[in-house]
Design a protein around this ligand. Structure first.
Ligand code: MG
Length: 364
């Protein structure tokens, strides 16, 4: 849903390719997420692994009754999606089919894993995020390259495109703690959260009975936010490789939303009781400011400073956060990388407002 607006503003030569890429993966994810449709895990694995040869090859392929709402409808009316897919250039079809197979293979690897208590460790957490989000970054980069809107070399920036996906996925996983825990399919890595949960249950943070329990939850949350913030330098490096303004906005808008969400989640106990969301007004402001690298660096700079301020205020109040040094270091790195462009942006907005004041004065 959140991708609809950014897809719509892409140049016409690649809008449909990206739209179909999104819908195909949305369909695959609906299969992955349905916990009741399949009688056995083997059946689900079989369907996932054959998806690129069935849904993407057979123009009549459909699946009835899997998922809910619009997602169910997408699978039920999949031939409509297939007919548009079939008309795409061969190079785009090859990218979509390749990523679909590799994502499905990754999803299949996790079908048998009990995620009631999250992933086992940070490696497994990263691996899951690579399959469901990092590969999207790779696929999009390849689509940008084959369209000619971006340089061929972008398709080869596998590490940077992977980290772009991980930054978004980890932000969602952090924010969706409660929802995922209740669903019995959680992703917070045990090697992190077990350090903070004496009960050995991930739900320990959801209704803290004592002061200690709520502090433990916040310590855990701050560590995971820091882990995500450490991806920001690679995301900024990826964005600096883009040439096309619309592709830049397409890639950058979700990234600025993610850092805004991380800043809001940092040390926020609401993560454990409900859904933390950035306000609509702030989203609009961020979208408007995400026009070029100057705007994006300004935004990353601002949120990194906010997190440093929060961390220091908490420290002054006597709060002991085991991740403090790591958090400050991650934010300092972001500040260093963005300082130059951010100050250009600040200067430009100062000049702008000075001009407004000057023209108002001239008019009066
Ligand atoms: Mg899923």
């Amino acid at each position: 849903r959140s991708f609809a607006a950014v897809i719509r503003q892409l140049p016409s030569e690649m809008l449909v390719d990206v739209l179909i890429f999104y819908l195909v993966l949305r369909a695959l994810d609906t299969v992955e997420d349905d916990m009741t449709y399949f009688a056995t895990n083997e059946e689900k694995v079989k369907l996932l692994l054959s998806f690129h040869k069935t849904a993407l090859v057979d123009p009549e392929w459909t699946m009835m009754g899997c998922g809910e709402g619009d997602e169910r409808r997408l699978l039920e009316e999949f031939p409509k999606c297939h007919s548009v897919y079939a008309a795409l250039p061969e190079a785009s079809r090859r990218v979509i089919s390749d990523i679909t197979l590799r994502m499905a293979t990754g999803m299949a690897e996790f079908v048998d894993k009990d995620l009631g208590q999250g992933t086992t460790d940070v490696d497994q957490y990263n691996r899951y995020c690579h399959f469901v989000a990092g590969l999207v970054g790779e696929g999009l980069s390849r689509l940008f390259s084959v369209s000619g809107l971006e340089q061929p070399s972008l398709a080869g920036e596998l590490h940077l495109s992977d980290q772009m996906g991980l930054f978004l996925q980890k932000t969602n996983i952090i924010r969706d703690y409660l929802e995922d825990y209740v669903d019995g399919r959680a992703f917070w890595p045990q090697s992190v959260w077990k350090k903070y949960s004496p009960s050995g249950d991930l739900g320990y943070f959801a209704n803290p009975k004592t002061e200690e329990a709520s502090i433990a939850g916040l310590n855990c949350l701050d560590e995971l936010v820091t882990d995500a913030l450490e991806l920001a330098p690679d995301c900024l490096a990826y964005l600096s490789n883009l040439r096309c303004a619309e592709v830049f906005r397409f890639c950058a808008i979700p990234q600025v939303m993610a850092i805004a969400t991380l800043e809001k989640c940092y040390h926020n106990e609401d993560v454990f009781t409900g859904v933390v969301k950035i306000r609509k007004g702030m989203s609009c402001q961020l979208i408007n400011d995400t026009t070029d690298i100057v705007g994006v660096h300004g935004i990353f700079n601002r949120f990194a400073s906010c997190i440093i301020k929060k961390a220091n205020t908490l420290r002054k109040k006597g709060f002991k956060d085991p991740s403090y040094d790591r958090t400050i270091k991650a934010c300092q790195t972001i500040l260093e990388l963005t300082q130059t462009e951010a100050s250009k942006g600040a200067l430009a907005s100062l000049v702008n407002s000075t001009m407004v004041v000057a023209s108002c004065a001239a008019a009066s």
